[in-house]
Write a protein that binds this ligand. Structure first.
Ligand code: DGJ
Length: 718
């Protein structure tokens, strides 16, 4: 037998697993998860596994190859690709082959794996990045695209991430709504075909649909049971999630910028970096997935995520545009006497030629209105100092009213069509942040205020209009870059703000919850979740946002939106997030005022648990007439339980609420707090002791048959 034949026979006799073992495998691990890629014999990269952690290297060789990891347009696939490029010769195919990979430890608990892929005919490189957060079981992915063709190539699709699943059933939960009704969940099974969730709002991600989703695998997931992926994209503009089930039942999930009207000319050697897509995978229901996100967000993503937050009094719902110095100074005094930390002056303090006395004019002209503030903002910061309270101020620096000096001077700084009538969203237009001069201007608004009035301790940064009338004078023939460059321009401004004022807390607002994404939260300590502050509606809205956002970033204010609810009910709801008041405090009666003061004190004591602890959603407002959520400190020594009766039915039977997240071995003292001064009775008015096991197996009687009533229970380990 000649030598060649011997080798062939020997090779054919090898067990399959040994042949497979020679494949390059790339394994990305967190404490509980593994994501495995393998390189096929054809040199292409495949996703072979995503699921519970695989510990044995030898098991990898048993995995089937799977599905190509980052599918390209123009080859043999029949479904949605992750990337679509057009080369200099108008050929629009891409065939990516594995080149190399490396994994580096970024910090204790964080590693990054970078896989480099290259086309074998064109000088196009794609690198896939996977940052694994071990203890939070969260993976952040993004993609970089570059090339060395002679002229720019055109990117028509450029996903941040593509993930593949192979399960018998899929259930997708999206969080959609509108202004004042943000983040409403709805679940649907996915069958053959495509479901796309995307937005085209330009200057924000959210309004009609939030930039996050839940995907239950196999069966529907509950708070405590089931396999579920929770995913979110970090992009303060048009985003897109595509879920496509193929003829074999395989599901691909493609996440990234919405490529709508956004073909991107990529110059040679320029690197196109996509936004980050983050996901976690829980095998114990949605609650665990949310807690993974919360812990990760506070530790790694949100500005000052691990630092404390301040309570505040805002004047918007109370005075709207109608205030003067005296009124504001009185409000500061009231805020101080209630024990609040900041007084926040909202919209309406600026405009010279066009005073901002309503929302039709003045936006863009950032000098104080003489009639309202004859002594300027400095007078207010001084007054706040005297009262012993911090001072914060509202700006909306990216926007302009056509009736403004800014618009008169710089019409070319505004996104609008040169040859058509303008369409206004809240009587305003969006400044063109792709233009570096405009970036300087926007930065200078905050910078000038801080330079002139360094005592300003807090900003509320608003952004009320999506992009309409889309046209950039600056970008000229590159109009299809506008959606992308606008958002990049915003980040450049925010980088400068953060670099120069690293310790300045800022609330992000966008006509309610328009800007609720994790990339924006790198620069902001919190966000305004909704203009709807009716406490009943807030129970639902906050439930929606809590899927991915920790309570520390969800601003929640006590207002007069629903006067039929008690001040206690409203305050109890607001205490589940970053607490503020936006109400006429002097209009409260004695009992109400003393309740609020006590509640603010309670909140200050319990902030470490509510804002930094683990959240357990116990009873959903979507399944009945009651809802309950609790927060538990990391060492399980302290917990706070909130329970609300929304609209109980006549003679309805109410069931005990089983707590979660406690130590079954510990004994806990249970006591109702946040009681009205004149409250009588109540099962937990006096402290009682229970084991953690009892509290979790039997539960507490927290619900009642009284409409819009609430309880806050403090649970303390003995
Ligand atoms: C919209 C915000 O959501 C409100 O809280 C308030 O700041 C107004 N803008 C002011 O115009």
């Amino acid at each position: 037998m000649n030598k060649r034949i011997t080798v062939i026979i020997w090779f054919c006799c090898l067990p399959l697993w040994l042949i497979a073992a020679t494949r390059t495998a790339i394994k990305i691990d967190t404490d509980a998860l593994s994501l495995v890629f393998q390189v096929g014999d054809n040199g292409r990269l495949y996703q072979s596994y995503l699921g519970k952690r695989l510990h044995l290297q030898t098991d990898l060789s048993q995995l089937s190859l799977g599905t190509e990891a980052y599918i390209t347009h123009g080859m043999e696939d029949y479904f949605e690709p992750a990337i679509h490029v057009v080369h200099n010769d108008f050929n629009s195919s891409l065939l990516l082959k594995y080149q190399s990979h490396e994994t580096k430890q970024v910090s204790d608990g964080t590693s990054e794996t970078i896989v480099t892929l290259q086309d074998d005919k064109y000088p196009v490189t794609v690198t896939l990045h996977y940052v694994a957060y071990a203890h939070e079981n969260l993976i952040k992915t993004f993609t970089e695209i570059s090339h060395q063709e002679k002229k720019p190539i055109e990117l028509q699709k450029y996903a941040s991430s593509m993930l593949h699943f192979s399960n018998a059933h899929y259930f997708l939960t999206e969080y959609s709504g509108d202004w004042a009704e943000e983040a409403r969940p709805s679940t649907q099974p996915l069958y053959y075909g495509k479901k796309v969730i995307d937005t085209k709002l330009g200057s924000r991600a959210n309004m009609f649909v939030s930039p996050f989703f839940q995907l239950a695998l196999g069966d529907e997931a509950s708070e405590t049971e089931g396999e579920v992926i929770l995913g979110s994209i970090g992009w303060t503009g048009n985003f897109q999630f595509t879920f496509e089930v193929n003829q074999l039942g395989g599901l691909r999930v493609i996440s990234g910028i919405n490529p709508y009207a956004s073909a991107y000319k990529l110059s040679p050697n320029e690197v196109f970096r996509t936004p980050d897509f983050y996901f976690t995978y829980s095998f114990n229901g949605v609650g665990e997935a949310s807690r993974n996100f919360h812990r990760w967000a506070l530790k790694y993503q949100v500005k000052d995520g691990e630092k404390p937050r301040y309570t505040l009094l805002n004047n918007w719902e109370n005075t709207s545009f109608n205030f003067n110095e005296e009124k504001l100074v009185n409000l500061m005094g009231e805020a101080k006497s209630f024990g609040l930390d900041i007084f926040l002056l909202d919209d309406g303090w600026f405009g010279t030629k066009y005073p901002r006395n309503d929302d039709h004019q003045g936006l863009g002209d950032w000098t104080e209105i003489q009639e309202k503030l004859p002594h300027g903002v400095g007078y207010l910061t001084e007054a706040a100092k005297k009262q012993g309270i911090k001072f914060g101020i509202w700006i909306e620096p990216e926007m302009v009213n056509p009736k403004s000096e800014l618009y008169e001077k710089h019409p070319d700084w505004v996104i609008h069509l040169p040859n058509r009538d303008e369409y206004y969203f809240r009587n305003q237009l969006v400044l063109d942040l792709s233009n570096p001069q405009v970036q300087d201007f926007v930065f200078s608004i905050l910078d000038n205020l801080m330079t002139k009035y360094p005592e300003i301790a807090f900003f509320k940064w608003d952004c009320n209009s999506p992009i309409t009338n889309i046209y950039s004078y600056y970008l000229k023939e590159k109009q299809s870059h506008l959606y992308i460059e606008h958002v990049r321009g915003l980040y450049k401004i925010l980088e400068r703000v953060k670099a120069k004022y690293p310790n300045l807390p800022m609330m992000l607002c966008s006509g309610g919850g328009g800007r609720t994404d994790f990339e924006a939260l790198k620069y902001f300590t919190e966000f305004w979740a909704s203009d709807n502050t009716d406490p009943i509606e807030r129970l639902y809205i906050q439930w929606g946002y809590s899927q991915v956002f920790p309570s520390k970033v969800i601003c929640s204010h006590v207002t007069s939106w629903n006067r039929n609810t008690s001040i206690k009910f409203r305050t109890d709801v607001a205490m589940m997030g970053k607490l503020g008041f936006d109400i006429n405090l002097s209009g409260l009666n004695e009992n109400e005022a003393s309740f609020c003061k006590q509640a603010i004190q309670n909140y200050n004591t319990l902030k470490p648990v509510i804002l930094d602890g683990d959240m357990y959603r116990l009873v959903s407002p979507y399944v009945g007439n009651h809802t309950s959520t609790m927060y538990v400190s990391e060492n399980q020594d302290k917990a706070v339980v909130f329970a609300f009766d929304i609209h109980p039915r006549y003679a309805e039977t109410v069931w005990p609420v089983k707590l979660q997240g406690l130590d079954p071995q510990k004994q806990y003292k249970v006591q109702e707090i946040n009681r009205m001064p004149n409250a009588r009775g109540g099962q937990y008015a006096e402290p009682k002791t229970y084991s953690g096991e009892y509290l979790m197996q039997v539960g507490l009687n927290l619900f009642s048959a009284y409409s819009t009533s609430s309880k806050v229970i403090e649970v303390t380990a003995n």
